[in-house]
Every structure is written in structure tokens, then in C-alpha cells.
Design a protein around this ligand. Structure first.
Ligand code: FNR
Length: 184
């Protein structure tokens, strides 16, 4: 089975990117997790699309999504919502409109997120549900919410791994998502 985990943060030491890597590291044998970021994706501009089509960076990400059996979206929370950077990339992926269904419709998808705050990106994840319904993904009902991310995931990418509690949280959630994808 192949999964893709997209981080909605461009930050070098992003907790969400670190979360996607932790998920990949915890994947059992037979499950490969491709960790993606959104670097190189321009702001959506209808004129740019009319003149040049969908950017290569977006088509490259789409190809990685197409190659995966399941999609994991790891969203930061900015002012109670998914950051514009992430929404922008997902908007591009629905262009042109006839590409939306092949990219997303029926695709097993899961939300997760990490924040230094105490609510584990609850609001950003809840707010994303309206969009994911529009995309007609097959939404995994369990959410992975990592609060206190500096302690849970460590301060620096590539250094100490997640703490025991977070590892258990990831393992339980990932097992459920793998079963969910396998059932489809
Ligand atoms: C934040 N942050 C934040 N955190 C949170 O839990 N709820 C929120 O509403 C907000 N709002 C918010 C707005 C803006 C503009 C910024 C820049 C930040 C803090 C945020 O969770 C923190 O910066 C994370 O580290 C972002 O995720 P990455 O980059 O570490 O993946």
C-alpha cells in the first residue's frame, strides 16, 4: 500500500512536516508513505492558468497523489483555519475542473495536524471538512491532533523523535487509516 502525506507548512522546521515524517517512520512493513511539501506552488491566479495552464509543480504533486492509495493532509492552524498556502495548493489541484474528480473523488483521505497550542488544530481540521466534502473524498472519520508540538514532536526536524504518547497516538490512528484504505 502506498500513502502520501502532505504537509501544509513551508517552514523548514515545521511541526506538520515533522508529523508527516513521524507517520512515515511509524508505517508498518508493506506500507510506504511519500512525504510531500508545497514548495514551488505559486498563488492561484486565473490569468496564469489561462496563459500557462496548471503549473508543473501542481501536476507533479497530482502525480504523487494519483500514485497513492490514500491521502493524508497534515494541516497547521492559522487563526482557527487551514493556512492559505495549503488551501491554495488544494485549489490548484481542482483545476481544470475535470481534474477534480479523478484526483479526489472516492480517494481515502485523512486529516491530521500539529500545533504548539492546546487544541491540536481542531478548528483547522473541522473547517477543512466543508472543502473535503466538495472534493468527494472518502473521509477517514478519526482525526490525529497533536497539541504541545514542541514537546510532542521535539523542536528540530531530524533530531529527537516524537515522545511515547505521540507515538502511541500516531500508531493507533495510522493503523485505523490503513485498514480504512485497505477496505476500499
Ligand atoms: C498561528 N498559530 C496558531 N496555532 C493554533 O493552534 N491556532 C491558531 O489559531 C493559530 N493561529 C496562527 C496564526 C498565524 C498567522 C500563525 C503564523 C501561527 C501557531 C501555529 O500553530 C504555529 O506557528 C505552528 O508552528 C505552525 O505549524 P508548522 O509551521 O510548525 O507546521
Amino acid at each position: 500500500m502506498k500513502l502520501i502525506a502532505i504537509s501544509g507548512s513551508l517552514r523548514r522546521e515545521s511541526f506538520n512536516t515533522r508529523l508527516t515524517r513521524a507517520i512515515a517512520a511509524r508505517a508498518p512493513d508493506g506500507v510506504d508513505v511519500d512525504c510531500a511539501t508545497l514548495h514551488g506552488i505559486p498563488l492561484y491566479d486565473g490569468d496564469l492558468e489561462d496563459e500557462h495552464g496548471v503549473p508543473e509543480s501542481v501536476e507533479a504533486l497530482r502525480a504523487r497523489i494519483d500514485a497513492a492509495d490514500g491521502l493524508i493532509l497534515s494541516t497547521p492552524e492559522y487563526n482557527g483555519a487551514m493556512p492559505g498556502v495549503f488551501k491554495n495548493a488544494l485549489d490548484w489541484l481542482t483545476r481544470p475542473p475535470e481534474k477534480m474528480a479523478p484526483t479526489f473523488s472516492g480517494k481515502p483521505a485523512a486529516l491530521c495536524g500539529a500545533t504548539p497550542g492546546g487544541l491540536g488544530t481542531t478548528l483547522a481540521q473541522a473547517g477543512s471538512l466543508v472543502m473535503l466534502r466538495q472534493f468527494k473524498v472518502a473521509l477517514f472519520p478519526d482525526h490525529l491532533r497533536v497539541s504541545g508540538a514542541a514537546d510532542a514532536l521535539g523542536e528540530d526536524v531530524g533530531e529527537s523523535g516524537p515522545d511515547e504518547r505521540t507515538i502511541k497516538q500516531i500508531d493507533r490512528w495510522l493503523k485505523g487509516f490503513i485498514e480504512f484504505v485497505g477496505d476500499r
